[in-house]
Design a protein around this ligand. Structure first.
Ligand SMILES: [Zn+2]
Length: 485
């Protein structure tokens, strides 16, 4: 693969900001374009320009619609990117929710900082605007799973440095279901007979709602996520701990607050809550999904039931949606309310009645869940339950690590509530599941690059792959460029 290289512009040594630049024959493809989240030193990277001009990028390929993979797109387009953004139809649907929502939060944050005077910048500006998000959405080009498409168009034979010729086929990209989120995929490139596989985020095995990650047999170059590279999730307990946590909190007359990103985790949570309710393992409770995005996301999931998986394929039951499930309220529990208006949300924050509230963001870095946390954290009767990965530097991580107070909207909120986490609900493969996925490879990749992990997880996974599979594994460094031979 002469004159090809890979440059890590994000998610190297950390779990956010995924951006991988693939350069081939003088052309540029950016795989994922995510926001940095968490620690301030990472978030400030969102304001730094890329080391290359966005106008020089020919195309973007998106693995899925989580913000740490797509949330920098509006900034890229505002910076002059004018190519197409290839993604699956499910990813396009979800991007149409998360990008405007993210822009809205950026605008709100800037307004709040200007009002409260707690920004060093005067005036504080949003990272991007609703208009930038809309312009990014216009560039999305949906492509179904397992359909290789030429990514650099018809003028590939006339590439800038003359490497491509009429006889060299244009590089193609194909999306393969990763089982991590609706529309999630690995991006599989075929370039000059070499397979380059960008793993995106890897899903879980034998979980409800999403299918297992598709097995992959070979790749010459592999980019692999390492979020839980040093951990194994607690075994699936069929909702037992969730039922206990809810039961104990409700008995005290408290609320259960579940910070969860409005797409992905909400669906699995509702699946479990519905199941526990039906089996009378928890009382029938008012359950609120406090997110303007969630109703639409639930509809997108319901529209694509054929891409989902309804039971845990392990027990062979319900693996296909029954006719009664093939409609929009497959995720409904008995007393489910989707809260959309701000007034309804404020009323819910003020209410002291026992209830389950699912609200975003999942790492408590912003969004409506902050109002719920400010109101419930000081009271020991309440529980805050985390169901996803909590990146370093987020309020979610601080709470899981036992913080006695967290700063919300410029004031310190004491923590008396019970803090719990349920990693079994994570959408990311654990170390055993990553190894299970790698076991389908029939030959070792020439090189494997580890990304999307914090340092301890990366080191542990690198050692484990070397030990168990004997592969050449490299931990990517931020802004490192490697030549692909
Ligand atoms: Zn993800």
């Amino acid at each position: 693969m002469s004159s090809s290289s890979l440059t890590f512009l994000g998610a190297a040594g950390t779990v956010t900001g995924s951006k991988h630049l693939l350069e081939v024959g003088g052309r540029r493809i950016l795989v994922d374009c995510g926001l940095f989240q968490g620690l301030k030193e990472l978030r400030t990277r969102n304001w730094e320009p890329l080391p290359i001009d966005p106008r020089s990028i020919d195309a973007v390929v998106l693995t899925h619609a989580h913000l740490d993979h797509c949330g920098w797109l509006p900034r890229l387009v505002a910076g002059g990117f004018r190519g197409r953004i290839f993604c699956t139809p499910g990813t396009k649907d979800l991007c149409s929710l998360v990008l405007p929502d993210s822009a809205h939060l950026q605008e709100e944050d800037a307004r709040a900082a200007n009002r409260g005077g707690y920004s060093k910048h005067h005036p504080a500006l949003p990272l991007y605007t609703m208009a930038d998000a809309a312009r990014a959405l216009e560039r999305l080009q949906p492509v179904g799973y397992e359909r290789p498409v030429p990514i650099l168009g018809t003028d590939w034979g006339r590439s800038r440095d003359g490497v491509g010729t009429e006889s060299t086929p244009s590089p193609t990209v194909e999306f393969v279901n990763a089982g991590h989120l609706l529309g999630s995929a690995y991006a599989k490139f075929l370039i000059n007979d070499r397979i380059m596989l960008f793993g995106g985020d890897l899903g879980r095995y034998d979980r409800p709602v999403l299918p297992n990650p598709s097995p992959v047999a070979e790749a010459d170059y592999l980019l692999l996520e390492s979020t839980y590279g040093d951990r194994v999730h607690e075994p699936d307990d069929n909702g037992a701990r969730l039922a206990i946590i809810i039961g104990q909190t409700i008995e005290l007359g408290g609320k259960v607050i579940i910070p969860a990103f409005a797409i992905g985790r909400v669906e699995e949570l509702l699946y479990w809550l519905g199941k526990l309710e039906e089996a009378k393992r928890i009382p029938v409770l008012p359950i609120y999904v406090d997110s303007p995005m969630a109703a639409q996301a639930l509809q997108f999931y319901s529209n694509r039931l054929n891409e989902l998986d309804w039971g845990r394929s392990g027990d062979g039951v319900d693996s296909v949606p029954t006719p009664s499930l093939r409609h929009a309220n497959v995720f409904a529990t008995t007393r489910l309310t989707i809260v959309t208006s701000a007034q309804q949300s404020m009323d819910l924050v003020a209410s002291r009645k026992p209830a389950i509230v699912i609200s975003s963001s999942g790492m408590a870095t912003g969004g409506r869940v902050l109002h719920h946390l400010a109101a419930t954290l000081p009271d020991a009767r309440n529980t805050v339950l985390f169901v996803g990965f909590q990146a370093a530097g987020t309020r979610g991580r601080a709470l899981c690590d036992g913080a006695t107070a967290v700063r919300i909207h410029g004031r310190d909120v004491p923590v008396a509530a019970r803090i719990e986490r349920l990693d079994s609900m994570s959408a990311h493969a654990d170390a055993d599941e990553i190894m299970r996925w790698l076991s389908a490879f029939t030959r070792p990749p020439r090189r494997t690059f580890l990304v999307h992990g914090e340092p301890a997880a990366l080191a542990a996974l690198q050692a484990r792959i070397a030990r168990e599979r004997g592969w050449n594994v490299h931990i990517a460094a931020h802004r490192e460029r490697v030549d692909l031979d």
